[in-house]
Design a protein around this ligand. Structure first.
Ligand SMILES: [Zn+2]
Ligand SMILES: [Zn+2]
Length: 460
């Protein structure tokens, strides 16, 4: 069993749908307005659309029972012929989408948005924050059993895709369930994992989505080679049972028995996949850094990219998770930070945004957006993502020696200083403890399987 990420757990604890948003956040995520200056997103007629995305990115809301409760509380869906100008709350876009053609490099940047209430809602939720690419969960991440994809959701998904001009073959990157471990050795559990995995792939194909990202899994204490072989075997089976979806292994940060923190492990899985066109990699920048791959300076970035190319092959790189890291290099801690505020710093993201081979790939933010509201309750502030998307886009073609860049980099570093110090202290303490135990420099291998790497969040 792979434990649910603490990021997800944090989300579970957070913002009820009715919680009051902070000042910068619009009250309803109805996202009824289309981008005003987006060549990639043709203006849409918003008619007869159900009120969408009124929930926060809260996994409870992927629970159909919860959804029904929420549905009851929602205002009646409004009919709109044109982008709703009447209700300023509804029409307030957090950011308009940038026309990718207007950028010096074709970078498609977005975030992992909510598909609460139905996968179709992810589309206006993405448009709402000015995302040109996005990720979503296709079903509840905390349950094995999920109702099948509703025909209505599928129809609406396709209609909204057209309206908003997203290319489902390129720029939508569903994220696999944290419950699924394709390296599972136990036969019954392996079947359960495979069935849930295949179900996700089939949903992708029904929605016209080509790329699908998942965490490779956990060895469960077995050898890494055996785990990689099991993952590849499951992938081969899943590829044969589907026609087009491309499965992307996400690199991990290297804690416990988690598979995929070394590029060699990704290579070994890919090598055993029969149809090479159906497998690829999604690099998570936070995970890479925490696993020991430096990206901070242009030289370090170039070195890491060269290493990836040599070991895995750049042709297999199909997507990125763009996250800064609260934890230092090689700490094996999975703590996502907001762009520029973490140990990677803005320079790393400048390198990424100006790296030609990354053009056209979906780049997805999984950065923290939880904030304390005036009433002390945690609320999601999606303006943070809207701003981070614009920040990343602004780095394209920017002179990294300019005062503009350096001022911004310094400002963001100062913002994250306290958090970085806090984590550094924890890492140092652990290193001391390990040194005393004589385990310094060794990665723990006797950790339980459920201590997964994916603790992208606050509670770690
Ligand atoms: Zn990630
Ligand atoms: Zn993570």
């Amino acid at each position: 069993m792979v434990r649910q990420s603490s990021r997800q757990a944090a989300q579970l604890k957070s913002a009820p749908a009715e919680s009051k948003p902070p000042r910068t956040r619009v009250k309803k995520e109805t996202a009824a307005v289309e981008p005003e200056s987006d060549a990639d997103a043709p203006k849409a007629k918003v008619s007869k659309r159900k009120a969408v995305g009124t929930e926060p990115d809260d996994l409870r809301n992927l629970d159909p029972v919860q959804d029904k409760k929420q549905e009851a509380k929602k205002p009646a869906p409004k009919k709109r012929k044109t982008a709703a100008k009447k209700d300023p709350e509804d029409s307030m876009l957090l950011a308009a989408r940038t026309a990718v053609a207007s950028l010096k490099r074709a970078m498609y940047i977005g975030a992992h948005v909510s598909g609460a209430g139905g996968v179709q809602n992810s589309i206006p939720n993405a448009a709402h924050i000015g995302a040109n690419a996005f990720a979503l969960f296709l079903k509840s991440q905390r349950k094995w059993a999920n109702p099948p994809l509703a025909d209505e959701a599928k129809t609406q998904f396709h209609a909204l895709l057209k309206q908003h001009g997203y290319d489902s073959r390129k720029h939508i990157l569903p994220h696999g369930s944290y419950l699924v471990n394709l390296a599972q050795a136990d036969a019954a559990k392996a079947t359960q994992a495979y069935d849930a995995f295949l179900d996700d792939l089939q949903r992708c194909e029904a929605l016209g989505i080509v790329l699908y990202n998942f965490h490779p899994g956990s060895t469960g204490g077995a050898s890494m080679d055996a785990a990689c072989a099991r993952i590849a075997a499951q992938l081969n089976k899943a590829h044969r049972a589907t026609t087009s979806v491309v499965t992307l292994l996400e690199n991990m940060c290297g804690s416990g028995n988690v598979v995929g923190s070394r590029f060699e492990e990704l290579r070994d899985i890919i090598a055993l996949v029969d149809d090479q066109s159906r497998v690829g990699v999604c690099i998570d920048t936070c995970h890479a850094f925490a696993a020991g791959y430096d990206l901070r300076t242009p030289a370090a970035f170039a070195q890491t990219m060269a290493e990836f190319d040599k070991i895995v092959g750049l042709r297999h790189l199909r997507a990125l998770h763009v996250n800064d890291s609260k934890a230092p290099l090689g700490s094996h801690r999975d703590l996502h930070a907001n762009i520029g505020t973490g140990c990677l710093g803005l320079r790393a993201f400048h390198s990424i945004m100006n790296h030609a081979p990354l053009q056209g790939l979906p780049m997805v933010l999984e950065t923290p957006i939880d904030e304390k509201g005036p009433d002390g309750k945690t609320v999601e502030n999606k303006q943070i993502w809207a701003d981070e998307i614009k920040l990343l886009e602004s780095l394209i073609g920017m002179d990294a020696d300019s005062a503009e860049f350096n001022d911004k980099a310094d400002e963001l570093q100062a913002k994250g200083a306290a958090e970085r110090d806090k984590i550094q202290e924890q890492v140092d303490k652990k290193a001391d403890k390990d040194a005393k135990k004589g385990t310094k420099g060794k990665r723990k291998t006797k950790k339980k399987e459920d201590e997964s790497c994916d603790s992208c969040g606050e509670s770690d």
